[in-house]
Design a protein around this ligand. Structure first.
Ligand code: SF4
Length: 334
């Protein structure tokens, strides 16, 4: 049987920032993939490198101080990291092939240009259509993401819209460009709980209708277990566990994943049950140890963990279940 081609395959990605405190290894040899029409989550605490990984793939890292030091990102057979960040090819990748949705849409939307003008500009960058056609496509895209009175909304400035509405506009950009992959970086974190659910539902609806793929970057493991096909867990710039959502929930192997799962509120929890948190703080990425980076916080650390080098990912089960831990730990054993 012919091997299935991934939509995007990232191999051995390394990105560092050069600061006064030294080299900050934000992304340290990260490999992952996503298939057509797949929903993949990248989960971890803030500062673990999950956003920098995606920004590197999109070549949106500010340089200096940031620098992509190595690796490849194969999209439709081409290594997009070989394109210059400002090249025509890379601009075509951003939008036409991959759309990125950020936590705060104001970072992508220009506050002094109307939503309509911004939408039509993006559409005309990627599609050979007249201004009038692009305007109509923009109106349709706003209607498709549930924005009422889309004609009137096209004339609004971003600040005249609520946070939830602005996030809908960003999703409309992905709809209008017909992107094959949407990368949503903490898309609902800045919104209130009700709007969070609505935006997430809209995103899943768009992914389903457009038959696109979705990477959700989040600190909230509980949020993604409901809809992600597979999950990558990141810690200190590395992927420390990956697998299908079912395997990760039912058979987590890495103590950090176990900690994240224990921190997810349970629906059937009684009022006296306390949520466990992972004690301690993530390591300084400018001063990473040679041993396992989770060691100071790990409740399962053994004497051998203090002597052995940082563990590599190893297969621990079927369906691409990998974990980077010297001890084989399963949640049911704990
Ligand atoms: Fe904990 Fe050791 Fe596994 Fe690191 S290698 S996560 S310290 S048990």
């Amino acid at each position: 049987m012919a091997e299935k081609k991934h939509l995007l395959e990232v191999n051995h990605l390394k990105t560092s920032f050069y600061t006064d405190s030294g080299e900050v290894k934000a992304v340290n040899d990260v490999s992952y993939y996503i298939d057509e029409q797949e929903i993949v989550a990248v989960v971890g605490e803030s500062g673990c490198g999950k956003s920098v990984t995606q920004m590197s793939v999109m070549q949106l890292i500010q340089s200096p101080p940031g620098k992509i030091l190595g690796g490849e990102a194969i999209l439709e057979g081409r290594d997009i990291l070989k394109f210059r960040a400002t090249s025509k090819e890379m601009r075509a990748v951003r939008g036409e092939k991959i759309s990125m949705i950020f936590q705060e849409p104001m970072t992508s939307l220009n506050p002094v240009i109307t939503v309509g003008k911004q939408l039509t500009e993006v559409i005309r960058t990627h599609k050979k259509v007249s201004r009038k056609e692009a305007w109509q496509m923009g109106v349709d895209a706003l209607a498709n993401v549930g924005i009422p009175e889309p004609e009137a909304r096209m004339k609004n400035y971003p600040f005249e819209m609520s946070g939830g509405m602005r996030q809908r506009v960003m999703i409309a950009v992905a709809v209008a460009c017909n992107s094959r992959l949407i990368i949503a970086d903490e898309p609902t974190t800045a919104l209130d709980v009700t709007t969070q659910a609505q935006v997430m539902e809209l995103l899943l609806d768009v992914v389903d209708k457009m038959k696109t793929s979705l990477i959700v970057v989040t600190h909230n493991l509980g949020l993604v277990t409901r809809y992600a096909d597979r999950i990558y867990v990141m810690y200190a710039g590395r992927i420390i566990e990956s697998g299908t959502t079912e395997d990760l929930i039912t058979k987590p192997c890495h103590p950090y994943t176990i900690g994240l799962l224990n921190a997810v509120p349970k629906l059937d929890a009684n009022e006296h049950e306390q949520l466990t948190t992972i004690e301690g703080a993530p390591p300084d990425l400018a001063n990473l140890p040679d041993t396992c980076a989770f060691l100071p916080r790990c409740p399962y650390a053994a004497e051998s963990c203090r002597k052995l080098p940082c563990p590599e990912l190893q297969q621990v089960g079927e369906h691409g279940h990998f974990s980077a831990c010297h001890l084989k730990i399963r949640r049911e054993d704990t």
